[in-house]
Design a protein around this ligand. Structure first.
Ligand SMILES: N[C@@H](CCC[C@H](N)C(=O)O)C(=O)O
Length: 299
């Protein structure tokens, strides 16, 4: 992240949390003193050799991080989000809820309304004590690109939706048709998504009710994706002929994911609200020797 790497010498606190089973290693670091190169993030997120997670939430005071300093007046805390492979993403919907739950548990904030700085801008969060969390996720952008998603030689037309991060939403007949996304990741046009994309596969379940699977950029198939669920709800609404800005009525979709359920409302001003759970599972310390060790690869 553009600074000289200083080896970690003392045990580093961490927590583990999840939102609808999209799971994260949480690294509290208010002063931005911990160096987290991509290689360290990937090691920590490794499910066999590390702690394991779909991503990592680096918890930093906004004023202490160059990417969030300008937001410090609006939001005291910055979610420095990383994917499991160590890459950086603009936003993580499930991550914001888990981040807020951590802040409450650590006594940094109280239940109620708070703001969290992200690379996708400041997000307003409503935290019910011990209950579900609602995040104002901003508006969806719907570029008119014709996108095709391909898995193992099978093609589907998809909707390009940007929720701060990029998504391709494909409606399919059966979620199993997406196959083994771990073994065969989806292909998408690099001309439309030069920085990669999150791909959602969706089926209808009933009125304003859908189910989805997701293959996340930088993490592979995960059991949930908050920004993905928002992209899916907007794509489903347009497919169903519902646009709150036109009809003057908000529209709510229930989105079922392998790891749980999210409820997504698009308001008449285009703002999208996501509601779902967030759980802190454990906390502990990372051995500094673990991050210092370079793996020996046996050919
Ligand atoms: N799981 C997240 C999305 C995380 C970022 C994504 N993989 C990307 O690279 O854009 C969510 O809940 O939104």
């Amino acid at each position: 992240m553009g600074r000289v790497s200083t080896p970690q010498t003392s045990p580093m606190p961490f927590l583990k949390g999840h939102g609808t089973e999209n799971d994260f290693v949480i690294v509290p670091d208010p002063d931005n003193a911990v160096d987290l190169p991509a290689s360290a993030v990937a090691k920590l997120c490794d499910r066999r050799a590390g702690i394991g997670g779909d991503g990592l939430l680096h918890v930093v005071r906004s004023a202490a991080h160059p990417e969030s300093r300008a937001m410090a007046d609006e939001a005291e805390w910055f979610m420095d989000y990383r994917n499991a492979d160590g890459s950086i993403a603009e936003m993580c919907g499930n991550g914001v809820r888990v981040f807020a739950r951590y802040l409450e548990r650590a006594g940094h904030v109280e239940a109620g309304d708070l703001a969290v700085a992200t690379r996708g801008g400041v997000k307003k969060v409503h935290l019910a004590k011990g209950g579900d969390i609602t995040v104002s996720m901003g508006r969806a952008l719907l570029p008119e690109d014709g996108v095709t998603v391909t898995v193992d030689g099978r093609n589907w037309p998809a909707r390009n939706v940007n929720m701060g991060n990029p998504h391709a939403v494909a409606f399919v007949e059966d979620l199993d048709h997406a196959g083994d996304l771990y073994a065969v990741p989806p292909c998408t046009p690099a001309s439309v998504y030069p920085d990669g994309v999150n791909v959602e596969f969706v089926v209808g379940r009933g009125e304003r009710h859908v189910a989805m699977r997701v293959h996340e950029r930088g993490s592979g198939e995960t059991r949930s994706c908050g920004t993905g669920a928002c992209a899916v709800a907007v794509a489903a609404a347009r497919r169903d002929g519902a646009d709150p800005a036109v009809t003057g009525a908000p529209v709510t979709y229930t989105v079922d994911l392998p790891g749980g359920r999210l409820v997504i409302t698009e308001r008449t001003d285009g703002e999208i609200e996501m509601t779902g759970p967030a759980v802190i599972v454990a906390e502990g310390h990372i051995d500094p020797a673990f991050l210092a060790v370079t793996e020996t690869v046996i050919a």
